[in-house]
Design a protein around this ligand. Structure first.
Ligand SMILES: Nc1ncnc2c1ncn2[C@@H]1O[C@H](COP(=O)(O)OP(=O)(O)O)[C@@H](O)[C@H]1O
Ligand SMILES: O=C(O)C1=C[C@@H](OP(=O)(O)O)[C@@H](O)[C@H](O)C1
Length: 300
């Protein structure tokens, strides 16, 4: 049977967090309509290599999914590499411990469009790295005693940008922070200067997924999206597209990039909306590790 007949494979495996042993691997698959009749003849099996512990570090095992059709021998699906869902916390812990000494207290600045998950993912990273989490929008709000939306309304965007730069300057004097920056912080060169002692990580989320998230929660707290006409999803998408065009080159300057499309492709997902904040945080740690290794001339 042609592997392309298989739409996607859901692979689930979990790890016993004490013994770092993967248990209960399971698999299910979705076929294209043309092959649904044949589904009963299709056998899926999951094989796994042992989890390796090197010191305190847990190495992800490879998992193989093979597919046999009626009496034909099993062959490994060629529909892309599959990455299993392990105990995320264990992986986050292992990877954080691994990069901690390389990081040496340097701050991590998360950059990316509004709604890209900088706050959500940032809190997870801070937790596992033993860092403090800071949100530059919140610092501005506390120092001015007004919400971001009020500041835009009362004094305009320029005033907010000044306050945002002040917040980043203050943060640049500190160590061991994960900072969620405002989506537009990247457009001012001075802000890059403030972030340069740390590591900048761009969370790259397709605009359609951003528009979906933002229209789900509403645009009241995001003044740059608030005045468009049309339905919530389309107005968010239109405005995000314009802003992204203006900012894409700035985001590309980040030290590391976390692309949700790349993660989804690695995991065999079709849709980035299936990616949990933990999975994205794991990818962020991997990309930070790669950046630090490249910088030190170490093998990846
Ligand atoms: N991986 C994810 N999948 C689905 N929704 C998410 C994900 N990450 C964040 N969200 C949701 O998207 C919205 C924006 O996330 P947030 O972390 O505040 O983004 P940012 O700080 O970049 O503006 C929130 O409602 C949050 O719960
Ligand atoms: O993209 C932007 O220009 C903005 C993003 C917002 O922060 P989040 O990215 O945290 O939503 C906030 O700073 C302000 O509304 C402007």
């Amino acid at each position: 049977m042609d592997a392309k007949a298989v739409h996607y494979v859901n692979f689930y495996a979990s790890m016993n967090s004490d013994k770092a042993v993967m248990v209960k691997p399971a698999v299910s698959l979705q076929c294209s309509p043309k092959f649904r009749q044949e589904r009963k003849n299709l056998q899926m099996t999951v094989s796994r290599n042992a989890v390796r512990k090197v010191g305190s570090r847990v190495e992800l095992p490879d998992a193989g999914v093979s597919c046999s059709y009626e009496k034909f021998p099993a062959s490994t699906l060629d529909s892309g590499s599959l990455c299993s869902t392990f105990d995320d916390n264990l992986v986050l812990k292992g990877k954080s411990e691994e990069i901690m000494s390389f990081l040496d207290g340097r701050c991590i600045y998360l950059i990316g469009m509004m709604g890209s998950g900088k706050t959500t993912v940032g809190r997870i990273l801070a937790d596992f790295l033993g860092y403090c989490f800071r949100d530059s929008d919140k610092i501005v709000e506390q120092s001015c005693g007004k919400s971001v939306a009020q500041l835009f309304l009362l004094y305009g965007e320029g005033y907010f940008r000044e306050k945002e730069s002040e917040a980043l300057r203050t943060l640049s004097l500190m160590q061991c922070l994960v900072v969620s920056t405002g989506g537009g912080a990247v457009v001012r060169p001075i802000n890059w200067k403030y972030m340069q002692k740390g590591i900048t990580v761009y969370i790259d989320v397709p605009l359609e997924a951003l528009a979906q998230r933002i229209s789900d929660v509403g645009t009241a707290s995001r003044p740059l999206l608030h005045n468009e006409s049309g339905d919530a999803y389309n107005k968010a998408l239109g405005r995000l597209s314009t802003l992204f065009e203006e900012r894409a080159d700035d985001y590309a300057n980040a030290n590391a990039r976390v692309s949700l499309e790349n993660i989804a492709a690695k995991m065999g997902h079709i849709d980035v909306s299936n990616l949990t904040p933990n999975i994205i945080a794991i990818e962020a740690l991997l990309q930070i590790d790669n950046y630090l290794r490249r910088k030190e001339g170490m093998p990846l």
